[in-house]
Design a protein around this ligand. Structure first.
Ligand code: FAD
Length: 427
């Protein structure tokens, strides 16, 4: 007996902004949609740094994929929580861990990006990347553990137990460094009054000449000043050579005593793309045409971080952003639905929401594709509006508003409690 109905099968790989966007737009299509993700939750990555610093709870960052696809009573979608282990584009088959392979009529590749340590010695074992929900929880638990240990044994402070090195002057590194500094100088200063704050350094290391290299010079200067105002030590033109459990070595030979290194420095397209037999673009990303199909495979689409999508207006490759992932995923969902209904597909047009990043409370930057910029409170408000729109449901939006308003008014990080015994925090 065949496992297939007579309807076309659309297999969506990845339940990030891109994959979910595609699956949701297929709600009314006369098709069987199968969504596969290694997690049963969708990760709202822009808020990971808030989870890592105790501002938000895990439920504000991870949302059940099954809830999200069934939210609008979408009954043509099946969700499988499993690892994709291989994809054969010519045979139209996806191999999954612990399950029979899935054949497809249409395939949506939305497997996102993953961290790369650029071969830095000791980084895979000892660095704390900021990419997944467990990454954020692991970092929070580790930092809380260090402060509790130093509270009991002040000798650890001299060894740099409370110092944190953050690698990468892009949005992930800057957001993390800014939030950690605020956690240290406000909450931990109050929680551990006997520990001298000057012995708990937050050092941001960036290889380029400035932080926020992707933004205009006025925003770069603003970001550096905002970080320094929050006591982050900004070190530019420096590279990390190696990482050990309690030390970070820079290429210059300088050694920083630090028991924590947060890695916000590099991403590359999901490793699986290397086995697809495709010519890849910079950063291991899959090049796509104006309709987001993969060259030579008219029924295979790549969306979100895994894809190198060229903007029709500017002819530049779009950045790896939530709004690009959501819009490209939704476009492909609509396109496949149109094709199944016998209608002509339309080319993808990106509606620019701006590239934006937070630095700390009341400090953010925004830059539009056309070059217009914003900073400070105004940029923070724009960040809030754009990120609320990315949240998957109205309930999540309402919850985020309450959480953000609460944190803004009380400045309290109620999530800074430890589940240490249940989570592996070893470096
Ligand atoms: C720390 C951080 C902060 C960010 N901040 C912002 C921000 O402020 N604003 C903004 O717009 N963007 C931000 N981004 C970028 C944004 O989050 C991404 O562009 C977006 O999440 C990409 O969506 P995606 O669906 O392409 O990939 P992802 O969201 O990465 O989703 C990919 C999915 O595929 C699944 N998957 C991967 N491999 C497999 C496999 N082999 N088998 C099964 N499942 C698999 C994963 O579990 C995941 O759910 C941030 C990113 C990070 C890491």
């Amino acid at each position: 007996m065949s496992d297939r109905s007579d309807r076309p099968r659309v297999v969506v790989l990845g339940g990030g902004f891109a994959g979910l966007g595609a699956a949701q737009k297929l709600a009314k299509a006369d098709a069987d949609v199968v969504l596969v993700d290694r997690h049963d939750y969708h990760t709202f990555q822009p808020l990971l740094y808030q989870l890592a610093t105790g501002l938000l709870e895990p439920s504000a960052v991870g949302h059940s994929i099954r809830d999200l696809v069934h939210h609008d009573h979408q009954d043509n979608v099946t969700v499988h929580k499993t690892q994709v282990t291989a994809i054969d584009l010519d045979a139209r088959e996806v191999t999954l861990e612990g399950m029979a392979p899935l054949t497809f009529d249409f395939l949506v590749l939305g497997l996102g990006a993953e961290v790369t340590f650029f071969g830095t010695e000791g980084a895979p074992e000892h660095a704390f990347p900021m990419y997944t929900l467990p990454d954020a929880i692991r970092l929070k638990e580790h930092v809380l553990g260090k402060w509790e240990a130093a509270d009991k044994d002040p000798g650890l402070i001299e060894d740099g137990a409370l110092n944190i090195v953050v690698v990468g002057g892009g949005p992930t590194g800057v957001e993390s460094a800014g939030a950690i500094a605020e956690l240290y100088r406000a909450d931990f200063a109050r929680d551990y009054p006997a520990i001298p704050q000057e012995k708990a350094r937050v050092v941001l290391v960036e290889a380029g000449p400035d932080v926020f290299g992707m933004f205009k010079p006025n925003l770069r200067t603003y970001a550096r000043e905002a970080l320094e105002k929050r006591t982050v030590e900004v070190v530019t033109g420096a590279r990390v050579a190696s990482v050990a459990p309690t030390r970070v070595m820079l290429k210059s030979g300088e050694e920083i005593s630090a028991h924590t290194l947060v890695w916000g420095a590099g991403l590359q397209g999901n490793q699986l793309v290397q086995s697809l037999g495709l010519e890849l673009e910079r950063g291991n990303r899959i090049g796509v045409g104006p309709d987001l199909t993969v060259v030579g495979h008219p029924d295979v689409y790549a969306v979100g971080d895994i894809a190198a999508i060229t903007d029709a207006k500017t002819e530049q490759v779009l950045p790896q952003l939530g709004s690009v992932a959501l819009q490209s995923g939704e476009h492909v969902g609509e396109t496949i639905a149109r094709r199944i209904a016998g209608k002509e597909p339309k080319p993808f047009k990106y509606r620019d929401k701006g590239t934006m990043a937070m630095i700390g409370r009341g400090a953010a930057v925004v830059q539009m594709l056309g070059g217009k910029t914003m900073k400070g409170m105004k940029a923070q408000a724009a960040w809030g509006v754009v990120h609320l729109a990315l949240l998957p449901t109205n309930e999540d939006r309402a919850k985020a508003i309450v959480d953000w308003a609460g944190a803004g008014l009380t400045h309290q990080r109620t999530g800074r409690i430890s589940y240490e015994s249940e989570v592996n925090t070893s470096r």
